[in-house]
Design a protein around this ligand. Structure first.
Ligand code: G6P
Length: 608
């Protein structure tokens, strides 16, 4: 939510800031702005709307200078207007601030500052920061760094900030508390950014700032301090990601590229973990003694968590619960140190998921996270991490991160099942053999994208659609519906097929597309799904079925059918969801939406 970038070095900052912001636009895109130091002191440009609007303005009224900071906004306080766009300045116009997060006590700070004569020009919470820094300087702070430290000590809430001062040439200040911010080290130049991929091609090393740390980036190096002013020796990590990982590689969108990456991502993940050795940093003995698992997540990751629950219950016999992190944090769950908390998060920065981790730690639980981003807050606050290793996911609607989360749960469930003895070695070996078939099966589904595109073309124009699934594929129905509404804006509802007759059946008529996931072959759920489809058929609903290759029974009932290869029931959701990702994708394409940056959404939700 909101993207920040900053540059200190010998080059003109503007093109570098714009390039970084382009890669951060997935974090928010309702306005954007940049500030640089130039011969006039501090100069800014801002624009409402996508980054391209800012580029147009820079074209008409060019700006050059260094160092610089930039921002792309996802509005929280105040609508997307030019006045509310970042960077924000103090009255003198000599200080500029970009911010990601929320300053919760901004009202009282603003009132206090207004009484002291500060004039505010936006409705944002952010604007208190430059005014606070200016006030600290007026009150005798010897330099900007001290003034920033003092100012931030008064702010409550979450922030990642970048600060530029006309009185501190060649310097960018950065600070974080609860919102992500990294410092990138290039050759003779330094960057700040909300994530590594934004500046990947320009840096060789990275510092993941910790909460409560402030960095001063100067042309001759980076110094890191605590809020109290103590110097800290930051850990410097080599950047291992390849720059191409964050490019579109010839695909029309990042989302389509990421859909195509799934077979490779999953193959690598299986190979990395298939010996199921004790690599999750928690001992077999710990898993044996465990009495309960609590999974918390948001959005797509929550659906992966629902699937994870089904697998863990099925293979390990443990009591498992999944909850939305935003609900979990306000419940009084009966959790004790015998419970393992599994947060699931692509970004590793989702505010509610982080809150869940902190609660569980207070109760003495161990935390094993499933996460995609090294160095993220979720990773740093967990006892153990199972990385999904999907690489940067830039399309706002999650695809490869989701199937990697599902795969991570499958591997984890087998690992725990072995530790607890709920599956024997030959059962585990069979499961692994079956899991290894998943990437090729996904590849085959992707190769049928033209069939899926044609089906989407027939059904995208209605106001609504229904997605039905059962057991392992109930979460698939929810995720398929979520994908559709996120990117095509067609209202879509995922439902447990057995619940259909308790409500949604009233919606069914000849106009309603009903996507039915009916790939189970070995258990009772298949027959039940067929009955549910019959109920839809009897009411003239338009059935789009996802079915196993060669299934002629489903073909008789469904108007349209997407065949997927036969896969063991437990793992079929990892394949089936890819058909639904593509269905949503082509519906969105037919409806002409901005697929990588759907309206109102942001990829990393760092506010409650
Ligand atoms: C946002 C994104 C979703 C994502 C959810 C949770 O809503 O648009 O794609 O599933 O946040 O994010 P996380 O990074 O924790 O997986």
């Amino acid at each position: 939510m909101c993207g920040i970038v900053g540059y200190v070095g010998k080059q003109d900052a503007i093109p570098l800031l714009i390039d970084g912001l382009k890669r951060l636009e997935y974090r928010g895109y309702d306005s954007a702005g940049v500030a640089v130091l130039d011969s006039a002191g501090l100069s800014l440009r801002k624009a409402v709307g996508r980054l391209s609007a800012l580029e147009d303005i820079l074209h008409l009224t060019p700006l050059g200078g260094r160092p610089g900071i930039g921002h792309t906004r996802w509005a929280t306080h105040g609508p997307p207007t030019e006045a509310n766009a970042h960077p924000h300045t103090d009255d003198s116009g000599r200080l500029a601030v970009v911010h990601n997060g929320i300053i919760e006590n901004y009202k009282e700070l603003r009132e206090e500052l207004e009484k002291k004569g500060h004039r505010f020009s936006s409705q944002t919470d952010t604007e208190v920061i430059p005014h606070l820094i200016a006030q600290e300087l007026k009150d005798g702070a010897p330099d900007t760094l001290t003034a920033l430290r003092n100012a931030l000590s008064r702010a409550r809430g979450a922030y990642a900030v970048g600060v530029l001062s006309a009185d501190e040439p060649n310097t960018v200040f950065a600070a974080r508390h609860g919102s992500p911010l990294i410092v990138g080290i290039g050759s003779g130049e330094y960057y700040i950014a909300s994530d590594v991929p934004a500046i990947l091609s320009r840096i060789r090393e990275v510092i993941y700032l910790n909460d409560g740390e402030i960095a001063a980036l100067r042309t001759d190096g980076v110094n890191v301090y605590t809020l109290a002013g103590q110097r800290v020796q930051p850990e410097i990590h080599a950047v291992t990601l390849q720059a191409e990982a964050a490019e579109r590689a010839g695909f029309e969108t990042y989302m389509l590229k990421e859909i195509h990456e799934q077979p490779r991502v999953l193959r690598n993940l299986i190979e990395k973990h298939s010996d199921l050795s004790d690599e999750f940093e928690l001992s077999a003995n710990y898993f044996r003694k465990l009495n309960r698992i609590m999974i918390v997540a948001c959005g797509t990751a929550y659906h992966a968590g629902m699937y994870g629950r089904l697998l863990l219950e099925h293979f390990t016999g443990l009591a498992v619960e999944t909850d939305l992190a935003s609900e979990f944090r306000y419940r009084d769950p009966k959790i004790d140190p015998g419970t393992l908390l599994i947060p699931v998060s692509q970004s590793g920065e989702t505010a509610d998921t982080l809150a869940g981790i902190r609660m569980a730690r207070n109760w003495g639980c161990k935390v094993l996270s499933i996460c995609n981003v090294p160095g993220s807050s979720v990773v740093r606050e967990s006892d153990a991490v199972l990385f999904t290793e999907a690489g940067p996911e830039i399309g706002v609607a999650s695809t490869k991160a989701y199937t990697a989360q599902q795969m991570a749960f499958a591997l984890l469930a087998l690992h725990i099942a072995r530790a607890r003895g709920t599956l024997n070695e030959s059962e585990i070996a069979q499961c692994l053999t079956d899991l290894r078939k998943v990437p090729d099966a996904i590849h085959l589904v992707i190769s049928r994208k033209e069939t899926i595109r044609a089906i989407a073309g027939k059904h995208h124009d209605g106001p609504s659609s229904l997605y039905l699934g059962r057991k392992f594929n109930y979460p698939t129905a929810l995720e398929g519906a979520l994908k559709n509404k996120e990117i095509s804006y067609q209202h879509a509802e995922g439902y447990a097929a057995g619940e259909m007759k308790h409500g949604p059946i009233a919606l069914i008529n000849e106009y309603l597309p009903v996507v039915c996931i009916c790939t189970q072959t070995r258990d009772e759920v298949y027959d039940k799904m067929i009955s549910n489809m019959k109920e839809v058929e009897a009411r003239h609903g338009r059935i789009i079925a996802v079915a196993t290759e060669g299934d002629t029974l489903v073909k008789e009932i469904a108007g349209d059918i997407i065949y997927v290869p036969a896969i063991r029931d437990e793992f079929s959701p990892i394949v089936n969801v890819v058909a639904l990702q593509l269905l949503a994708y082509y519906a969105a394409q037919a409806r002409g939406t901005d697929i990588d940056k759907p309206r109102n959404l942001a990829k990393s939700v760092t506010v409650e």
